[in-house]
Design a protein around this ligand. Structure first.
Ligand SMILES: [Zn+2]
Length: 356
């Protein structure tokens, strides 16, 4: 009996050696790039295509879904999400109240960038907004309110992310430059000086604009080139990158359609650039956090005007999701019904792809 038990134990031990214990070198991830067009609804995309007379790059992606964007404030059936709660859902898979930055009931929610870094793969955030804006903050910080700028930046100092690129001269101020350098970051404020060979990179430019770029004011596409160069160099085995086009939302709040469409076009160009540069196994997810402006669809180019907006606020409309991958299609279990997924499912999609 003793001998039999010993054989069984040896067998279990042997099985564990072969199958149970993960061998680190065999842990392989993929490259996941999540593009968030802030405020970008279906009609922002369609009107842009009509206006410029060409398809956006991502609208030719094979997989197209709809995303439901409600936050915990939306239970009244009419309050739309804000960017903080929506980005938190995308970054952590948890619905929170508006204004919250990856926190619920006083607790920090673990984000996809934190999971990626725990696994030892790369993680970075690129935005045309300030780096302490609601969307990039949900991927790099924890705060009870999106308006607590200093609290957010202090939290970002403890974020494990490798790369931060966006509008952010404030980060290069006396107060913060020293602190970020102490955390190992190399700091830059022009595109040409931004050195992707450095181990951790913070690019804080005076602004990020969709057209007529300068060295101090690059486009989202130019920042995307830097980000992919960095990740391909340092993390060829896998990384997570979030890239946000923030001004589709901001211009839509102002009901400025031409300016919003210029930003959709730069966003599209950034996605095309990313797919042309990424190597190996990858997935590119393009979605929005919510719709802004209740934008109506023009039937002809001549109908395109600011009058197509019906509000200066966010709406509860579903937003599009486009998916391109070297791997299999999106798993069907993420679907709610009729091609609709919940915004929290985007987090689980990234998590499953990255195996984190
Ligand atoms: Zn907004």
């Amino acid at each position: 009996m003793k001998k039999f038990a010993c054989v069984i134990f040896s067998l279990i031990f042997a099985l564990c050696l072969c199958g149970c214990s993960p061998v680190k070198s065999q842990v392989k991830s993929v490259k996941v790039i999540l593009f968030i067009g802030d405020g970008m609804g279906f009609n922002h995309v369609a009107n842009t295509e009509l206006y410029y007379g060409e398809q956006t790059y991502f609208s030719s992606f094979k997989t197209k879904l709809k995303v439901q964007t409600d936050s915990l404030d939306s239970s009244d059936g009419e309050t739309p999400t804000d960017s903080a709660a929506a980005a938190t859902a995308l970054a952590t898979g948890v619905k929170v109240y508006n204004q919250s930055v990856s926190m619920l009931n006083g607790e920090n929610l673990t984000s996809i960038t934190e999971l990626a870094k725990r696994k030892g793969i790369g993680a970075g955030v690129v935005t045309s907004d300030t780096l302490y804006g609601a969307t990039p903050s949900a991927f790099t910080a924890h705060a009870t309110n999106r308006n607590k700028t200093d609290k957010i930046i202090e939290s970002q100092l403890n974020s494990p992310v490798d790369l931060l690129l966006g509008s952010g001269s404030y980060y290069l101020s006396k107060t913060y430059a020293k602190k970020f350098k102490r955390k190992g970051f190399s700091l830059y404020n022009t595109l040409s000086s931004t050195n992707v060979n450095k181990s951790k990179v913070l690019g804080g430019y005076s602004s990020v604009i969709p057209e007529n770029a300068t060295d101090e004011r690059p486009t989202l596409t130019q920042l995307t080139v830097k980000a992919i160069e960095y990740m391909e160099l340092h993390y060829p085995n896998g990384y997570f990158l979030m890239i946000e086009g923030a001004y589709i939302d901001k211009q839509s709040h102002n009901n400025k359609l031409l300016e919003a469409m210029q930003n959709v076009r730069d966003f599209s160009s950034a996605i095309k650039t990313a797919e042309s540069m990424v190597t190996g196994e990858y997935s590119i997810i393009v979605t929005a956090d919510h719709e802004t402006g209740g934008l109506q669809l023009a039937q002809t180019k001549s109908e395109i005007s600011n009058e197509l907006y019906t509000t200066t606020e966010h709406t509860t409309a579903n937003v599009p999701l486009y998916y391109s991958s070297s791997l299999a299609d999106i798993p069907g279990e993420l679907l709610v019904e009729n091609g609709v997924i919940d915004n929290t499912a985007v987090f689980y999609l990234c998590k499953n792809l990255l195996v984190v």
